[in-house]
Design a protein around this ligand. Structure first.
Ligand code: NAI
Ligand code: 15L
Length: 264
């Protein structure tokens, strides 16, 4: 059990769903975001912080024993926003951790780091990135910062290439990419409890019937997802229009992100 866990991006979709599950991981959870969070459980407190403000991030990180870093831009946006939230933000967080006792970090990376691989390719965690968006590029930057800080300073980190962490899969693609928040919480618990993680990359998906991803190189974590998208299969397929197998969003792992306009 950690004494104090920091959760950035706590006002977002995953943050809200994850909060109740964190009381099994830490005695106190510090919630952080640029949006205010006013309703707090007994074990939670709130600390507003803009991730691009290095001094503020340093103060935020001081004294915590572990970090789940969800904060930042979570979809494709103009570069200035991505630069602030995901690139400067990730750098500030790792720099603050390095200078304040090196609390272990779980970094919310994304499947959009590898979105330009095809769905008929099975990927392990050693493949080179093929980002599908500037957003994916920024997540690859975060993974690289994590790798550098692990090698140079011994700052440990689990980069989780999250698939689709929503209450339930919303389209046929998500039958492969869906991650139950309970499985994510269990992964975080394993990462904090493991004797050593260095910098490890893991794909964040539940025990779905289809998958394009192979987590064998991270098997030492002992993470075995318990949930599956299979229970929504019939509902998802009934609601979805027929898929065109020749469309780019069906060919590539990143789905609709590969069709987004470049925001330049
Ligand atoms: P979200 O967009 O709902 O939440 C992100 C939170 O970060 C928001 O509450 C926002 O206010 C905060 N934030 C944004 N810019 C900030 C800044 N400059 N300083 C401080 N806080 C800032 O995203 P969601 O869905 O909860 O995802 C959480 C993380 O997981 C994100 O980093 C996202 O990229 C990643 N992820 C999520 C996936 C999903 O399926 N939901 C899939 C892959 C990755
Ligand atoms: C992500 O990285 C996004 O944050 C989220 O909004 C989903 O679209 C997810 O990937 C996905 O690929 O389904």
């Amino acid at each position: 059990m950690l004494r104090t866990l920091l959760l950035t991006g706590a006002a977002g979709g995953i943050g809200k769903a994850l909060r109740p599950l964190l009381k099994d991981i830490a005695e106190t959870v510090v919630l952080s975001d640029i949006e205010d969070i006013t309703e707090l459980a007994a074990h939670e407190r709130f600390h507003a912080c803009e991730l691009s403000d290095a001094a503020a991030v340093r103060t935020l990180v001081e004294g915590v024993d572990g970090i789940i870093h969800l904060g930042g831009i979570s979809v494709e946006r103009p570069f200035e926003l991505i630069l602030r939230g995901n690139i400067v933000g990730a750098y500030n967080l790792f720099e603050a951790a390095r200078n304040t006792g090196r609390p272990r970090i779980i970094f919310a990376s994304s499947n959009h780091v590898i979105g330009y691989y095809r769905r008929d390719q099975n990927l392990d965690n050693a493949v080179i990135p093929r980002p599908d968006t500037l957003y994916g590029v920024s997540k690859a930057f975060g993974e690289n910062v994590a790798s550098y800080y692990a090698d140079k300073f011994g700052q440990e980190c689990l980069s989780v290439r999250i698939g689709s962490c929503l209450p339930e899969p919303a389209n046929p693609r998500m039958l492969a990419t869906w991650l139950a928040v309970e499985d994510f919480a269990e992964l975080c618990a394993r990462a904090f409890a493991a004797p050593r993680i260095g910098h490890t990359i893991v794909y964040g998906m539940s025990a779905n019937d289809e998958t394009w991803w192979d987590n064998r190189n991270a098997a030492f974590l002992g993470w075995q997802p318990k949930h599956t998208s299979a229970k929504w299969r019939a509902k998802v397929l009934a609601a979805a229009p027929p898929e065109d197998p020749d469309s780019r969003e069906v060919i590539f792992q990143g789905g609709g992100f590969v069709n987004l306009d470049h925001p330049g």
